[in-house]
Design a protein around this ligand. Structure first.
Ligand SMILES: C[S@@+](CC[C@H](N)C(=O)[O-])C[C@H]1O[C@@H](n2cnc3c(N)ncnc32)[C@H](O)[C@@H]1O
Length: 264
């Protein structure tokens, strides 16, 4: 890529508010494999604030590559906190765990978990048909078809289990906050993956009893929360008979994951 093309492209992207314009320009060029016409179409999409990952069709999570695109939430680095917390709770990676992932999206959590816990099996439940397509392809891409399945439906439709581990990164943004998010998120990512209702907590209210009735007596849950939601979500989970053992911060120090089990 010539310096002048890099500078011009970065300037175009910066002008519309793209965060890392030079990096994005380089990545789009690499993805276009030097084809100028294809590159221009990618740059136009990025100028319209379409997420870079939707244009390249991939995103890394837990050092694994996932297929992404319109219709599925792009995996976020802070969600890796769920995997880190689960690894700390189960130091023996050979233990055969039965895991359920509520709202599986790309299946990033399920795939990362099953790659770490090599004798475990998993089920992902997902309401969105488009997202399920990505989940199924990502499971095949990582060769996990024999150890996991994706089920269509609402939270309550997940098979009864019981499960040793329940994971979830549910939608938790207040409905009224969505329009104010970055354009890449508010205009392109699926509303169903973001919208947590009027107070951001509706998915937790629906999920709490579903988690409680599917966990083994010594099972563990790991649930992602939005900024500032830890007390409220802990109350909701507690009301369903779940006990919080740990609140774990992400790399920015923001409380991000509630971990615990059934109250005894
Ligand atoms: C925040 S995204 C998380 C996706 C993925 N687990 C991740 O961490 O990147 C929440 C997911 O839950 C799904 N979802 C929302 N409401 C649901 C419901 N009632 N039943 C099942 N899945 C639901 C959405 O379609 C979306 O894929």
């Amino acid at each position: 890529m010539s310096d002048s093309l890099l500078t011009d492209t970065a300037r175009r992207l910066a002008a519309v508010g793209v965060d890392n314009p030079r990096l994005d320009a380089r990545l789009l060029w690499a993805h276009a494999r030097g084809d100028g016409v294809v590159f221009e179409s990618f740059v136009s999409r990025r100028e319209a604030r379409e997420p870079l990952a939707y244009i390249t069709g991939r995103k890394e999570f837990w050092s694994l590559e996932f297929e992404v695109g319109p219709g599925v939430l792009i995996p976020r680095p802070e969600t890796e906190t769920i995997i880190e917390t689960a690894l700390a709770a189960f130091p023996d990676r050979t233990v055969p765990l039965n895991v359920l992932d509520f709202g599986t999206g790309t299946a990033c959590l399920l795939v990362a978990f099953l790659k770490e816990f090599i004798n475990s099996r998993g089920l992902g439940i997902e309401k969105s048909e488009k997202a399920r397509g990505y989940a199924i392809r990502n499971i095949a891409k990582h060769d996990l078809g024999s150890r996991c399945a994706i089920c269509a439906g609402d939270w309550a439709d997940a098979a009864d289990g019981p499960y040793d581990v329940v994971l979830s990164n549910p939608p938790y943004i207040r409905a009224s906050d969505i329009a104010g998010l970055q354009s890449e998120v508010s205009r392109f990512e699926p509303r169903q993956a973001l919208d947590g209702g009027a107070d951001g907590l509706s998915a937790y209210r629906a999920l709490a009893p579903e988690i409680a009735r599917r966990l083994c007596p010594k099972g563990r849950f790991f649930v992602e929360i939005g900024t500032g939601q830890s007390d409220e979500v802990a109350d909701i989970l507690g009301g369903a008979g779940l006990e919080i053992a740990k609140v774990v911060g992400d790399l920015a120090g923001i409380p991000r994951v509630l971990a615990g089990g059934l109250r005894w």
